[in-house]
Design a protein around this ligand. Structure first.
Ligand code: 3PG
Length: 212
C-alpha cells in the first residue's frame, strides 16, 4: 500500500508545531497511543528538522512528514532530516518537481481551479485545501470535486472535533488535518494525555462515520 492509500485509510494527519525538539518524541507517542500514525511537523519553527529527525529515529511506527514547506531548500532540509512526505500550504512548482523526481509523496495546497489544474498536470491526485473554513469549507470542496473527479482533498484550517464529520463523510476527502489534536499549548505544557484523548476522539469519530 502506498503512502496515499495509507493516509486515506488513516483519515487524519495532524498538523504539529513543535517549539522544543525534545517534545517531539513524546508528542508522536501520544498520537500513536490515540491511534494516529501520521503527523505533519511544520517548518514554522527552527527546531522542526530536528523534531522530524528525532521522531523518525525513535518512533518507527509513526509516519512523519514536513508541513509549511515553502521552497525547494526547505523540502531538501526536511527530507534530509527524515521526512517521509511533504506538505505545502500552496502549490510550489519547484517542490512538486523535486518530489516527483525523488518519489517523495507531496501534497500541495490548492484552493482554486487554476491551482488544482496545475497539480493535476504534474500528476498529483491529492491536494491540501487550506484554510478550509475561510475558502468555503465542505461546500466549496464539493463543487470542486464535482469538476475535478480524479482529485481528493486534505482540508485543514478550522477543522476540529466538532466539525470533522462534515468533511470526512464525503468520498472526495482523502483525510482531514489540523492542529486541534495536538496544539502547541498542549505540547509545551507536556499534556500528552490530553493529546492522546483528542486523538482517540478523532479516530473514533472517523471510524464511526466510515463504518456507519
Ligand atoms: C495548517 O497548516 O494546515 C493549519 O495550521 C491548520 O489549521 P488549524 O490550526 O486551524 O487546524
Amino acid at each position: 500500500m502506498d503512502f496515499f492509500d495509507k493516509a486515506e485509510r488513516a483519515g487524519i494527519i495532524p498538523v504539529v508545531v513543535i517549539d522544543d525538539a525534545s517534545d517531539a518524541v513524546d508528542t508522536a507517542r501520544a498520537l500513536l497511543a490515540g491511534g494516529i500514525s501520521f503527523m505533519e511537523i511544520t517548518l514554522r519553527t527552527a527546531c522542526a528538522p530536528e523534531a522530524i529527525r528525532l521522531v523518525k529515529e525513535n518512533v518507527p511506527e509513526m509516519t512523519v512528514g514536513a508541513g509549511t514547506v515553502l521552497s525547494l531548500k526547505a523540502a531538501r532540509t526536511a527530507i534530509e532530516a527524515g521526512a517521509s512526505f511533504i506538505v505545502s500550504p500552496g502549490f510550489v512548482p519547484e517542490v512538486a518537481d523535486y518530489c516527483v523526481t525523488t518519489s517523495i509523496p507531496y501534497i500541495p495546497g490548492c484552493v482554486t481551479p487554476t491551482e488544482i489544474i496545475a497539480a493535476i498536470n504534474k500528476g498529483f491526485d491529492v491536494v491540501k485545501f487550506f484554510p478550509a473554513s475561510v475558502y468555503g469549507g465542505i461546500k466549496a470542496i464539493k463543487e470542486l470535486a464535482s469538476v475535478f473527479r480524479s482529485i481528493k482533498f486534505l482540508p485543514t484550517g478550522g477543522i476540529n472535533g466538532d466539525n470533522l464529520e462534515d468533511y470526512i463523510k464525503e468520498p472526495y476527502i482523502a483525510a482531514i488535518g489540523g492542529s486541534w489534536v495536538c496544539p502547541a499549548k498542549l505540547i509545551a505544557s507536556n499534556n500528552f494525555e490530553e493529546i492522546t484523548a483528542r486523538a482517540k476522539d478523532a479516530v473514533g469519530k472517523i471510524r464511526a462515520v466510515r463504518e456507519g
